[in-house]
Design a protein around this ligand. Structure first.
Ligand code: SF4
Length: 380
């Protein structure tokens, strides 16, 4: 693999080894956008399922992100919204979209270009991408004869020099959006319940970040097709109305999430070669030795909420008595020592300080320890 050479499908598959490809790359990319962890990023870039990688590492496995029940409800909700020419989805969109929706032409790319056994996936993927390109170009060039609701459009996205595809749930192509200009609106369907201002903010935030990934893909698509950039400041999120399978749609601002994602990606390695430069030749990520060789940056707040490998990584830093186990600010306080067993020995006086940093830390923590000892004596 040459330095700076983008990887093709075959090379990505070789790097994944036996790991299954991630089925929702946008969600994975959104989750990894903020991570400083090379292991997590390498898996995201080659499009491998983090859960599969976690299963190969020794140690306890974290429960995977969504419960089977949540997955079933999600699939059923989307199926109901798409039934009868997407009647329920249209109803929900009419209430949320800021312009009057005329007669919407429904274009279901699952029906036009289904994934068929025997037909190579890249062939179907390419057909779906070019159909999406044609629909978007027709809308923005004013050549479409109707407003369109495109189900499962497929967009190419290049991140860390590697191309992959992402599929939003839907894309509205409006001939006369706001300002009477052609407008694209991304649509994401989620089965969690819309409780108005009490809706789970964490779920909404991760949905917005996922939409930001799609917005970035649309930007790249428009640049590739030499079309005018679109602001993509907002997108439609369709949730479940309480106690029903009816869609409750609202317009969500995503422009801050797009900026956040762009900043995170700008800080990330520019090429996968950079990420994998530390690996032996021919290494594959389904080998636990390869995974273990990649450095981790354990951050409890992020890892426990977002990564299937969290329990293994936590066990690793615990075993090493690393201050990273507790996250910030413990990590910063003990950075000069890096080993909590040694820090304990220094502060309790069973070990002697050897460096200036250690002496400084002992001086700082010694005051704290004396206060705690005094407090204990007063309370006992
Ligand atoms: S849990 Fe481990 S692999 Fe996942 S992001 Fe955290 S440190 Fe990286």
């Amino acid at each position: 693999m040459g330095e700076g050479t983008p990887l093709g499908e075959v090379e990505l598959a070789a790097l994944r080894g036996g790991l299954a490809p991630s089925t929702n790359t946008a969600r994975d990319l959104a989750a990894t956008a903020q991570t400083p962890c090379p292991r997590r990023r390498a898996l995201a870039v080659v499009g491998a399922r983090t859960e599969d990688a976690a299963a190969r590492l020794p140690g306890p496995a974290a429960p995977s992100g969504q419960s089977p029940f949540a997955i079933t409800v999600g699939t059923r909700f989307e199926e109901i919204l798409r039934r009868d020419g997407a009647a329920r989805l249209r109803e929900a969109l009419e209430r949320a979209v800021p312009v009057e929706l005329g007669e919407l032409e429904l274009i279901d790319l699952d029906a036009r270009h289904p994934w068929r056994p025997g037909v190579p996936r890249p062939e179907t993927a390419a057909a779906r991408r070019s159909a999406t390109d044609a629909l978007v170009a027709a809308c923005l060039r004013g050549e479409a004869e109707a407003d369109r609701l495109v189900l499962h459009p497929r967009l190419a996205l290049t991140v860390t020099d590697t191309a992959r595809d992402v599929e939003p749930d839907a894309l509205l192509c409006l001939r006369a959006g706001r300002g009477a200009q052609p407008e694209l609106l991304l649509v994401e369907i989620k089965a969690f319940v819309d409780h108005g201002h009490r809706t789970d903010t964490h779920d909404l935030a991760s949905t917005r970040l996922q939409l930001a990934v799609y917005a970035l893909a649309v930007r790249q698509q428009l640049a590739r097709l030499e079309l005018e950039p679109q602001p993509m400041r907002e997108a439609v999120v369709v949730l479940r109305a309480p106690g029903s399978m009816v869609g409750s749609a609202s317009l969500e601002e995503v422009h801050r999430d797009v900026s956040r994602l762009e900043r995170a990606l700008a800080r990330a390695p520019a090429t996968l070669s950079e990420v994998l430069a530390t690996l032996p030749e021919g290494a594959a990520l389904d080998d636990s030795a390869t995974l273990s060789a990649l450095p981790v940056r354990y951050r409890p707040h992020y890892c426990l909420a977002s990564c299937a490998m969290a329990l293994q990584c936590r066990a690793g830093v615990e075993e090493a008595a690393s201050p990273e186990y507790y996250g910030s600010p413990t990590r910063e306080v003990f950075a000069a020592i890096g080993d909590l067993r040694r820090a304990h020995g220094l502060v309790t006086g069973s070990e002697a300080s050897e460096t200036e940093e250690e002496r400084e830390l002992v001086a700082r923590l010694g005051v704290l320890r004396r206060r705690i000892d005094d407090a204990r004596r007063r309370c006992s």
